[in-house]
Design a protein around this ligand. Structure first.
Ligand SMILES: Cc1cc2nc3c(=O)[nH]c(=O)nc-3n(C[C@H](O)[C@H](O)[C@H](O)COP(=O)(O)OP(=O)(O)OC[C@H]3O[C@@H](n4cnc5c(N)ncnc54)[C@H](O)[C@@H]3O)c2cc1C
Ligand code: FES
Ligand code: FES
Length: 417
């Protein structure tokens, strides 16, 4: 049985863990405010907020419910547009209506949910951050300027947030969220306690050969129907799987580190000062909130952005199947188009790369038809170590130039050492 809180309602369901949340909320809870557009994570019409504990704080992230299996909602607070509604229009809805930011209205619940998530987050109230919060939402009839003006109204409102209040307290004070949200942290703590054993049970109940699933942003685009009733091993919420730390002269990532985890990691932003700029080139906020780095590697797309990024770092993967464990360089993983040196049972349990010190420069480049929110036509990364203007080592990767993501082997050593 899967348990979570949906808006103000506790849910305990025996529906298959692989069913996507979008189908559950529309067809089993009749919450039809969440719309079905593309079912591929592209349009944002199905956006919901997902609240979960992180370092003692209840944090909400926007996610596309069309790619989110209910197994990944276990123990969390799911918020649909119905869950933010109060007695009248909320300030977010008022801003959208007041600025003429809605016409047919199909996309509007998604925008309202994403902007409500922006008000809940502890981000700087800037126009740039407000627009970034809706980068996964598409509107095909209104035009974005009026939507941006609506977002601008919320930026002004957010300047009133007191340093001492939580996102929930601020939003309830301004009627952005209804009062029941004030009781959610306590309800979530109780739910988490009662669910700890059940999360384990969910994993243990699988058959011998379950499908491995992390964020689902690849699997549900490609195999929505098969995944609904599949035996799934859920990797995203395993304790410690989202950790990023330094171990000696290596940086170590857990197997369920998401793109957003990387972006928010102090360790990572210290190592790669341009990381916030690279991130803008990859998918959208809701997808980055779900997509894992390990999933990007195993998807084996020749243009996977993080595959190319980590190839230039000459990352190594720890692969585990039961008691059997081995370390494989990422550059040795790809044998042909989507053919991997890995059995289906082998799970990535760790990603490691060496730290080269201050004489090493790293750069990632992505060329796509649109600058933002598009897959790469080609992408490349390089990690170059130099001393007094002389390059000693260079590791270069290239995507979109062959059937597999390439590590350019012959360029590794440019001078004799
Ligand atoms: C709208 C949209 C935009 C996108 N934009 C981009 C983009 O700009 N750039 C880009 O590179 N990608 C993009 N993607 C692709 C996708 O988001 C990424 O490939 C993502 O990193 C996949 O991770 P996941 O956790 O969602 O994988 P999942 O779908 O959960 O899994 C993918 C594969 O990895 C396997 N797997 C996952 N974790 C493990 C593990 N620990 N061990 C072994 N196997 C594992 C699964 O079994 C599956 O075969 C986009 C996808 C969508 C839907
Ligand atoms: S329906 Fe389009 S993103 Fe989910
Ligand atoms: S208002 Fe029609 S799609 Fe946005």
């Amino acid at each position: 049985m899967i348990r979570f809180i949906l808006n103000n309602t506790p849910i305990a369901t025996n529906q298959p863990p692989g069913m996507v949340l979008l189908d559950f909320i529309r067809y089993h809870r009749q919450l039809t405010g969440t719309k079905i557009g593309c079912r591929e994570g592209d349009c944002g019409a199905c956006t919901v907020l997902v609240g979960e504990w992180n370092d003692g704080k209840l944090l909400y992230k926007s996610m596309t419910s069309c790619l989110l299996p209910i197994g990944n909602a276990e123990g969390k607070h799911i918020v649909t547009v119905e869950g933010v509604n109060g007695t009248g229009l909320t300030p977010v809805q008022e801003a959208m209506a007041g600025e003429g930011a809605t016409q047919c209205g199909f996309c509007t619940p998604g925008f309202v949910v994403s902007l409500t998530g922006f008000c809940l987050e502890n981000q700087k109230p800037t126009m740039e951050n407000a627009v970034a919060a809706i980068d996964g939402n598409i509107c095909r009839c209104t035009g974005y300027k009026s939507i941006e003006r609506a977002a601008g109204r919320l930026v002004t409102l957010l300047k009133d947030r007191k340093k001492t209040e939580t996102g929930i307290e601020f939003c309830v004070r301004h009627k952005i969220l209804p009062d029941y949200f004030l009781g959610i942290p306590e309800r979530m703590s109780l739910l988490q306690e009662s669910e700890k054993s059940k999360i384990k049970a969910l994993s243990a109940a699988q058959t011998k050969k379950p499908r491995l699933l992390a964020g689902g942003t690849d699997l549900y685009v490609q195999q929505h129907d098969e995944m609904t009733n599949a035996n799934i091993k859920f990797l995203l919420d395993e304790p410690g799987h989202d950790e990023i730390h330094i171990d000696g002269n290596e940086c170590v990532l857990g197997p369920a580190v998401t793109v957003t985890d990387l972006a928010k990691s102090g360790v990572f932003s210290e190592l790669f000062t341009f990381f916030p700029e690279y991130i803008k080139l990859v998918s959208s906020t809701p997808i980055r909130n779900m997509a894992t780095i390990a999933g990007n590697f195993i998807n084996a797309s020749p243009i996977g952005d993080f595959t190319i990024f980590f190839l230039a770092l000459d990352a190594k993967l720890k692969l585990k199947d039961g008691e059997h464990e081995r370390l494989v360089p990422l550059r040795k993983l790809y044998k042909g188009y989507k053919i991997l040196d890995k059995t289906p049972e082998e799970q990535i349990t760790e990603i490691r790369f060496e730290l080269h010190g201050t004489r090493t420069c790293f750069h990632f480049e992505k060329i796509s038809k649109r600058r933002n929110l598009d897959i790469a036509s080609v992408n490349s990364a390089c990690n170059i170590t130099s001393d007094k203007g002389i390059i000693g080592d260079a590791a270069i990767s290239a995507g979109g130039v062959g059937p597999i993501p390439l590590y350019l082997e012959k360029n590794i050593c440019l001078v004799n050492r």
